[in-house]
Ligand binder design. Structure first.
Ligand SMILES: [Zn+2]
Length: 225
């Protein structure tokens, strides 16, 4: 059975911080690898090793494992819409776009970051080209476990609001939420439009809902109670 991970993708958010962190870890890792090849006495061999390292690092790591060193440390991975590892071909497509999108010698991760911000599923151009998504590794595990148990995703995060009681008053006016917690300031009076009947109240009782100041006739308040 293949199931879409889009509900997971949408609940994960864009993961910009983790992706940015992973990008720089991978950049430093590749720079370290390049420096290590300097130790090889045969200069031509060292050059070819660097070329192979640069060309194969992202396609192999992301294609076969879904993760580079940076993504592993950041706790994120690249997957297809079914939640599978992307494979070499998709990973090559992501890498190709990366030359423009996340090149540390051009604008760093800025182009990728902008595209990621512009779409709710957090894909950069390379993800669009490859049909891939970036999710938290842990999130993917939890999602797949929930699917295996036949549970709907995201219910824990958004519990259904409990049924609100019907209000006894039919003549409530704007600015008043009959179901919101209300604080009555006893003893303080003001002048304003009564939120319960809509008429001007020269001696209105002061009510607060959150930080919104409201006025009501004392008699209207008594009717409400
Ligand atoms: Zn009133």
């Amino acid at each position: 059975m293949t199931s879409s991970i889009l509900p997971l993708v949408e609940s994960e958010g864009r993961l910009i911080g983790r992706r940015w962190f992973a990008l720089w870890v991978d950049f430093i890792f590749l720079m370290g690898g390049a420096l290590a090849t300097e130790l090889i006495p045969h200069k031509e061999a060292a050059l070819w090793l660097r070329v192979v390292l640069y060309l194969s690092y992202f396609p192999l790591m992301e294609g076969l494992l879904g993760q580079t060193v940076g993504k592993r440390l950041a706790g994120i991975m690249v997957v297809t819409v079914e939640g599978h590892k992307p494979g070499i071909i998709r990973a090559i497509a992501r890498t190709f776009a990366r030359l423009v999108e996340t090149n540390p010698f051009l604008a760093g991760g800025l182009p990728a970051g902008i595209v990621v911000l512009l779409n709710p599923r957090g894909q950069r151009l390379g993800d669009f080209m490859a049909g891939t998504y970036v999710v938290r590794s842990l999130g993917l595990k939890e999602y797949q476990a929930a699917m295996a148990r036949g549970e709907p995703w995201g219910q824990r995060e958004t519990p259904k609001p409990s049924a609100r009681p019907e209000t006894a008053l039919e003549d409530l006016v704007n600015g008043w939420d009959p179901h919101a917690p209300t604080r009555t300031i006893e003893g303080f009076m003001g002048e304003g439009q009564c939120v319960l009947c809509g008429q001007m109240a020269p001696r209105a009782r002061l009510l607060y809902q959150s930080s919104t100041k409201l006025y009501a006739h004392p008699a209207c308040c008594d009717r409400l109670a």
